[in-house]
Design a protein around this ligand. Structure first.
Ligand SMILES: [Zn+2]
Ligand SMILES: [Zn+2]
Length: 263
């Protein structure tokens, strides 16, 4: 059994948790120690319960709190060489350097670090395995590469970026350069790209999909749920929406799929 939860998801800060019975892994931390102390109790955790902190890339919504929180948790940090070289991690703390597209173990959870197209030095996203269950955490990518498609197929639970609605981004307040960056192949997934990822999975769809890293400026829950609605009914997939302020509560690979009446 694996569980997945978030303490916040979006450009103002991310902190995702994956846990087995015995191991708790924090993926990214855009929040400081005080903020984490305030947010962790709603998942029934204390900061010292965290066994490891895995970093995806050096953008501040993912890395800002990593060093301080890892220190408070007495937990090792895992990051790629490029992420480490960004200088955004406290050099006084030891970092376990991981290779892109390698597999390693954290406690009883097996982790796979998957290269993604994003405008950082050596970004990866993670897939987790435990007792035949697979959980994917996949945000901050500009397009769905064949490599990503393959690596994240067959997850039981998948946290997937639904960053922006392309029309809302085009009409929205961002300066032109930022619009180009977000929409580009090394920026963020739009709602249609995220749907393409889901509908073209080769080895079965997840039981639960979490829509995450949803832009507060350039997207809306309505726009995302409009895309996911019919598909989730047809595929009998449970859909959850991660928010910036709350993230989402624990979901478990044991959770039975929703029984949906397909009329
Ligand atoms: Zn991000
Ligand atoms: Zn990023």
């Amino acid at each position: 059994m694996l569980r997945l939860a978030s303490l916040g998801s979006g450009s103002k800060g991310n902190a995702t948790l994956v846990a087995s019975q015995d191991t708790v892994v924090l993926i990214d931390c855009g929040f400081g120690v005080r903020e984490m102390m305030a947010r962790l109790p709603r998942l029934g955790l204390e900061i010292t319960d965290i066994d490891a902190v895995l970093v995806t890339h050096e953008h501040s919504d993912h890395i800002a709190g990593v060093s301080a929180v890892a220190k408070a948790a007495s937990a090792p940090i895992y990051a790629t060489h490029g992420t480490r070289q960004s200088g955004k991690l406290d050099s006084a703390r030891s970092v376990v350097e991981i290779e892109s597209d390698s597999r390693f173990a954290v406690g009883d959870i097996e982790v796979s670090a998957v290269t993604v197209p994003h405008d950082a030095r050596q970004p990866v996203q993670y897939r987790f395995f435990h007792n035949g269950v697979a959980v994917g955490v996949l945000t901050d990518l500009g397009c769905v590469s064949a490599h990503v498609q393959k690596a994240f197929s067959g997850c039981d639970m998948l946290l997937l970026e639904f960053n922006h609605d392309l029309d809302m981004l085009r009409r929205g307040p961002y300066p032109a350069t930022l619009k180009r960056r977000v929409a580009g192949d090394y920026g963020h997934l739009n709602n249609d790209q995220a749907m393409t990822m889901l509908t073209s999975m080769t080895s079965g769809t997840p039981n639960i999909v979490v829509a995450g890293h949803i832009s507060e400026q350039n997207n809306s829950l309505e726009a995302v749920s409009e895309r996911l609605g019919d598909w989730s009914k047809a595929s009998q997939t449970q859909v959850i929406y991660a928010t910036q302020s709350q993230g989402f509560d624990w979901i478990s690979s044991d959770t039975a799929p929703l029984s949906v009446n397909v009329a």
